[in-house]
Ligand binder design. Structure first.
Ligand code: MRU
Length: 353
């Protein structure tokens, strides 16, 4: 078994959160201390931290940090504050469901503690413990996704991945990149093609940084190179993550994922989505009903701080797209694989019928 590094994107420092600034990677490893919930919200919004599972985890700690700021106020005022903290954190990014899932869990924990008459230090302790549970559960889910996913990967495969779905996007290890890590750790020789993932460059800045630390052979490609590489027989499988998966299995993920799924189908290449069950939103059936985040046009019109477009040209910065279930070979979760994806299969998987 190969020994891999344990990369973690956040650390708790008493009741503050230290986060690795992903805007500065790979040039600088800067840790930022977040000591109030507005700073946490800003870190999510500005993508200092990003990736669906990590946004959920940081949101959960942000809720605990926010309640801690008001721990001495009257119970009724604290209840009002809890709603304000919840809304502020919820309104940071709209597509990844993990954020809403984690915040709902924190708010319901808060309400049940208050109902039991628990206030002050004990309340805060319990909220930090709950956030920590969300964090640890995600780590274990990733390891399990890796275990289920790696059996799909054959020795000497060349795998294409998009965006960053690794330790930096989760509590550690990763989802799609976690599958690659697990396969590599268990001795499979792999080669990873890393889509650079314009405009934030999650692939070239973050995924490549992680693969380099693990010694996993890889090459960065421009996003538009994937089709030609598939045509040449250079890619054996595509593995991506998810920001939200609907009841019928449509997947919202980083812009460019849909195009890869169409290309993979055309070239008969398996297309896998790796995600924890916290990425499913069974309240939504069709992918079209997922809110797609549109970010600032200047993220497209600049690259590494340089202007790369005429000032007067407008840019459309769609941050995510939707891949229909029919383009996906399997969804890899911590509870097992979902193949031949349909609404019936997914509801059965979640024991909802
Ligand atoms: O905009 P980002 O960087 O938060 O988007 C991240 C992605 O789209 C990832 O593929 C997804 O969150 C899965 S991460 C395990």
């Amino acid at each position: 078994m190969r020994k891999l590094k344990d990369i973690r994107p956040i650390k708790l420092k008493e009741r503050n959160l230290l986060v690795l600034n992903q805007l500065k990677l790979p040039l600088e490893e800067e840790w930022i201390e977040l000591s109030n919930y507005n700073q946490v919200a800003e870190a999510i919004k500005s993508m200092i931290i990003r990736g669906a599972p990590l946004i959920g985890i940081v949101g959960a700690y942000g809720f605990a940090i926010g309640i801690n700021e008001f721990s001495t106020v009257e119970p009724e005022v604290l209840k009002q504050k809890s709603k304000q903290i919840y809304e502020t954190l919820k309104n940071t990014r709209p597509t990844a469901v993990n954020l809403f899932w984690a915040l709902d869990r924190m708010l319901s924990k808060f309400n049940s503690l208050i109902k039991k008459g628990i206030y002050g230090n004990e309340l805060i302790e319990e909220l930090f413990k709950e956030a920590n549970r969300i964090d640890l559960e995600d780590y274990h889910a990733n390891k399990s996704i890796g275990g289920y996913g790696e059996v799909l990967i054959r020795d000497n495969w060349k795998i294409l991945t998009h965006c960053n779905t690794g330790a930096l996007a989760t509590s550690g290890w990763g989802t799609a990149l976690g599958v690659i890590r697990s396969a590599y750790q268990n001795g499979k020789d792999l080669f990873v093609y890393v889509d650079e993932t314009r405009p934030y460059l999650q692939g070239s800045r973050l995924t490549a940084w992680e693969l380099l630390q693990e010694g996993i052979p890889h090459k960065i490609i421009v996003d538009s190179a994937a089709g030609f590489l598939m045509k040449k027989g250079e890619i054996n499988a595509v593995i991506v993550g998810a920001d939200r998966i609907t009841a019928r299995g449509d997947v919202a993920n980083k812009i460019g994922t849909y195009s890869l799924s169409v290309l993979a189908k055309k070239h008969n290449i398996p297309f896998y989505v790796a995600a924890p069950t916290s990425s499913f939103d069974l309240t939504i059936e069709k992918g079209e009903d997922i809110v797609i985040e549109i970010r600032d046009e200047n993220e497209v019109k600049t690259c590494g701080g340089c202007i790369v477009a005429p000032e007067k040209s407008e840019a459309l910065n769609l941050s995510f797209d939707i891949t229909p279930a029919e383009n996906i070979s399997a969804i890899i979760t911590e509870k097992g694989l979902i193949t031949e994806i349909s609404k019936e299969k997914i509801l059965k998987f979640f024991n909802k019928n």
